[in-house]
Design a protein around this ligand. Structure first.
Ligand code: NAP
Length: 252
């Protein structure tokens, strides 16, 4: 029996990277998946791949900074598949990178908070309204930068610390309502976000791999495994947890 047979899931930022890998993995475990992203073509491509593999999916264009998009995303999921059991709030941006706080751009700080923090807030509100009173599982994609400091990334670090805070508070608020809320905390996963950082500063490639005790970048599929587990009944007693997936980085 697949882990998510008969369940309905949505994933934000699922055109690429960790979001795409999570959408594919959820579908392979039997979930019907609403694939959403600000990038419509990318979301469609992920949904098409799920369908080509024999799964069930729709795609929805959703910018998580727009509350009307987020409401429409949850509505479209319920219209297509009859409910919402699991939500993966993954859409995120990297922020200014490579600048200390006094040099950093205020507009970028606002943008990072709007996508990474307020985006999760907007999505959680819509998802929780749908999941109550039946129950469900929410997984927020945070970062090891939500647990420890990251040099020259104060905006991103602030947003991800806040995502873990929201996750823990919501876990307490809904613990008796059958809704589990968890976060995953990856470090240096080989996606467009990390490749963009390497393009901006080629030295980053070796800085990142040296920072990770395992000596390599993570793969999006390694994060997706944890996402599937947290969405599934196998994690039925897990809530308010921030699961670290970082090749040992935060253990140092
Ligand atoms: P990615 O490859 O850049 O994919 C992120 C996806 O989100 C892209 O398709 C992007 O579209 C989309 N997106 C951006 N802004 C959006 C918005 N306002 N609304 C909806 N979708 C939006 O990034 P990733 O590395 O997979 O990161 C996914 C999540 O994991 C993020 O929350 C990130 O902070 C977190 N994370 C990543 C790493 C890592 O090392 N990669 C480590 C820790 C945590 P566009 O490309 O069109 O902008």
């Amino acid at each position: 029996m697949s882990k998510l047979e008969g369940k309905v899931a949505l994933v934000t930022g699922a055109a690429a990277g960790i979001g795409r890998a999570s959408a594919l993995a959820l579908a392979r475990e039997g979930a019907a998946v609403c694939v959403s992203d600000i990038n419509s073509e990318g979301a469609q491509a992920t949904a098409r791949r799920i369908i080509d593999e024999g799964g069930r999916a729709i795609s929805v264009t959703c910018d998580v900074t727009r509350v009307e998009d987020v409401s429409a995303l949850v509505e479209a999921t319920v219209d297509a598949f009859g409910g919402l059991d699991a939500a993966v709030n993954n859409a995120g941006i990297s922020g200014y990178f490579f600048q200390r706080l006094h040099e950093a751009d205020d507009e970028m700080f606002e943008r990072v908070l709007d996508v990474n923090l307020r985006g999760v807030w907007r999505c959680m509100k819509a998802e929780l309204n749908q999941m109550l009173p039946g129950g469900g599982a929410i997984v927020n994609i945070a970062s090891v930068a939500g647990l420890i400091g990251a040099p020259k990334a104060a905006d991103y670090t602030a947003s991800k610390h806040a995502v873990i805070g929201i996750t823990k508070s919501a876990a307490l608020d809904y613990a008796k309502s059958g809704i589990r809320v968890n976060a995953v905390c990856p470090a240096y996963i080989d996606t467009a976000m990390v490749q963009g950082a390497i393009q901006g500063n080629p030295a980053m490639a070796s800085i990142m791999t040296r920072a990770i005790p395992m000596g390599r970048l993570g793969q999006p599929e390694e994060i997706a495994e944890a996402v599937v587990w947290l969405c599934s009944d196998a994690a039925s007693f897990v809530t308010g947890h921030a699961l670290v997936l970082d090749g040992g980085l935060a253990a140092m």
